[in-house]
Design a protein around this ligand. Structure first.
Ligand code: T6T
Length: 330
């Protein structure tokens, strides 16, 4: 099923202007909310990485949905977007015996076996944001239209730099379903327009400083780069820093996935031109509802696709853009 998955028409991109930045990873989170009594359903939410505005926003709505249903929800997350750090968190969550786990798997293959084990233990698994190579054991998977988002990013760069030229992608790491799909959507779109050349994907491992360094080096080698697509919060923050360091704000257009407070600041100061805000709140709410439906023996939706909002400096103050901004806390 697809919900709210319409990409804003490109005509709305006519108002494109600037933006970007990010947020750092935090302590492994473990916060709880809602639900009381022995009969309350227990849900654990395992983020891709703690301290990321996208997952914080998802947590807030998941907590609210759990509370409304009389269930409890506790949230945990690794300090880095890394399956070797997420696996032990999942293992101890399984040992605690929740009724359901909502999780953003940090790798399509590395998280497969531990999640299959959780499902085999009778825990209802809902994949939120990212997915697995084989998601069949999950009761539901909910994510943005990431291929469409990658294409929308290129469409935005085209509007910002209509003359064509070289474009670059700053990504987290390979093996993440969401960003792999974003880079594919972007790359396919670039290939359809011979006036642009995709210099390819560079991986920054969610490290803002590394993303900045990749962008400054790329600009030294190819000073005529016209656009950078950053596939998530941290890549966008780093790309903005790299472009600032090269003193090329505005000359190099940055389009970044996600819309945390730092990205919005960069949009306002003109370093980033467009943000593709996902709907983490919807993903979290739907995730809890799917988990509870599965626990109650009700119907679940195997796949739910959510949409996004393209935010520019010009439309930032609109009600739609304001509603799409990510939270730093609940
Ligand atoms: O872009 C989101 C999320 O969709 C992706 O899977 C990982 O990075 C973010 O959490 C943003 O940092």
């Amino acid at each position: 099923m697809t919900r709210n998955s319409a990409v804003l028409p490109l005509s709305l991109l006519a108002a494109l202007t600037l933006g970007v930045s990010a947020c750092g990873a935090a302590e492994p989170a473990s916060t709880g909310s809602g639900g009381s009594g022995d009969s309350a359903k227990k849900i654990t939410f395992i983020q891709g990485v703690a301290g990321d505005n996208f997952y914080i926003s998802m947590q807030c709505s998941a907590e609210a949905a759990a509370k409304a249903a009389g269930a409890s929800l506790d949230t945990q997350g690794p300090q880095k977007f890394d399956p070797t750090l997420q696996t032990p968190i999942l293992t101890s969550a399984i040992a605690a015996g929740p009724d359901a786990i909502l999780i953003a798997p940090t790798d399509v293959t590395a998280m497969q076996a531990p999640l299959d084990q959780a499902a085999a233990a009778g825990i209802k698994i809902v994949l939120v944001d990212t997915t697995l190579s084989d998601p069949s054991k999950a009761v539901s998977q909910i994510s943005s239209d990431n291929v469409g988002g990658g294409k929308a990013a290129f469409d935005a760069i085209k509007e910002l730099a209509p003359g064509g030229g070289k474009v670059l992608v700053i990504d987290n790491q390979p093996g993440i379903s969401t960003s792999d799909a974003r880079t594919k959507g972007f790359d396919d779109a670039v290939k359809s327009d011979p006036s642009y050349t995709n210099l390819g994907v560079q991986y920054a491992q969610n490290d803002v400083a590394k993303a900045a360094q990749l962008v400054t080096s790329a600009l030294q080698k190819d000073p005529d780069i016209v656009g950078v697509f950053a596939t998530n919060l941290f890549g966008a923050e780093g790309a903005a820093t790299g472009v600032r360091q090269a003193d090329k704000q505005g000359a190099v257009k940055i389009v970044g996935f996600d819309a945390g407070p730092d990205q919005v600041k960069a949009l306002q100061d003109g370093t980033i031109q467009a943000l593709i805000a996902q709907q983490p709140g919807t993903i979290g709410k739907d995730g809890v509802e799917q988990a509870l439906a599965a626990l109650d023996g009700g119907a679940t939706e195997k796949k739910i696709q959510t949409g996004f909002t393209i935010i520019t400096a010009d439309n930032l103050n609109s009600a739609e853009s304001q509603a799409a901004l990510y939270k730093s806390s609940c």
